[in-house]
Write a protein that binds this ligand. Structure first.
Ligand SMILES: [Zn+2]
Length: 210
């Protein structure tokens, strides 16, 4: 399988190409280009979120913790004092980075449910919905954010499969076919949970604007 540096390097380069193409097609303004590059790069390491003690896991949970803390600050500020909102943001940051991450690692297995097209769909709808509902982005931009992360994830799965091909020995390694799959056939409960969560988030997603 490809390592962390390969995944983030390839995804960030693809992100720059996608950001530039979207800019010339007038899909987003110049100010959005860095966000698109970052989201594709983040998607590029997202499937390895289930790899115990990996750099991807630490980085993804830190980004998720910061996003949740910032959202809490923005959403809770009208109802709470500045001290209350800051405490809530801090609690969310520490909770996601140090508690949710540990529980998540204990419950998941590497190259299982998160290396699948179902996971790509789940993250596509979740990112779009969070961008639209929590950050107040217009539907068109929210879908662009969701598709940027999904594109990064697809690149990751393709890279993992490419690294499963032993060109010198002209044979397929045992890991071939474990990254790019529709869903995790061997874990029906985890798959059902992910499919259910995806359907739930779909109901909250904005309409397709393109
Ligand atoms: Zn992987």
């Amino acid at each position: 399988m490809a390592n962390f540096t390969t995944h983030i390097g390839v995804a960030a380069s693809a992100g720059a190409a996608i950001a530039a193409s979207g800019l010339s097609a007038q899909l987003w303004p110049l100010t959005q280009a860095p966000a698109i590059v970052l989201l594709v790069a983040l998607g590029g390491i997202m499937p390895d979120i289930d790899a115990d003690k990996s750099r991807s896991t630490r980085l993804i949970f830190t980004v998720l913790a910061i996003t949740a803390a910032l959202s809490a600050l923005a959403l809770a500020r009208p109802c709470l004092s500045i001290l209350g909102a800051t405490c809530l943001a801090l609690a969310l940051y520490v909770g996601i980075r140090d508690v949710v991450a540990v529980v998540f690692r204990a419950l998941t297995r590497h190259r299982a449910s998160w290396h699948s097209l179902l996971a790509v769909t789940a993250v596509l709808f979740s990112t779009t919905t969070v961008s639209y509902r929590c950050f107040g982005q217009p539907a068109r931009l929210a879908w662009s954010h969701g598709m940027a992360v999904a594109a990064g994830m697809l690149i990751h799965l393709l890279l993992d499969e490419c690294f499963s091909i032993d060109l010198e020995g002209a044979r397929l390694k045992r890991s071939f076919g474990t990254a790019l799959k529709l869903f995790d056939y061997r874990r029906p409960y985890a798959t059902a949970l992910m499919a259910g969560a995806t359907l739930l988030v779909m109901a909250w997603a904005p309409h397709w604007p393109f």
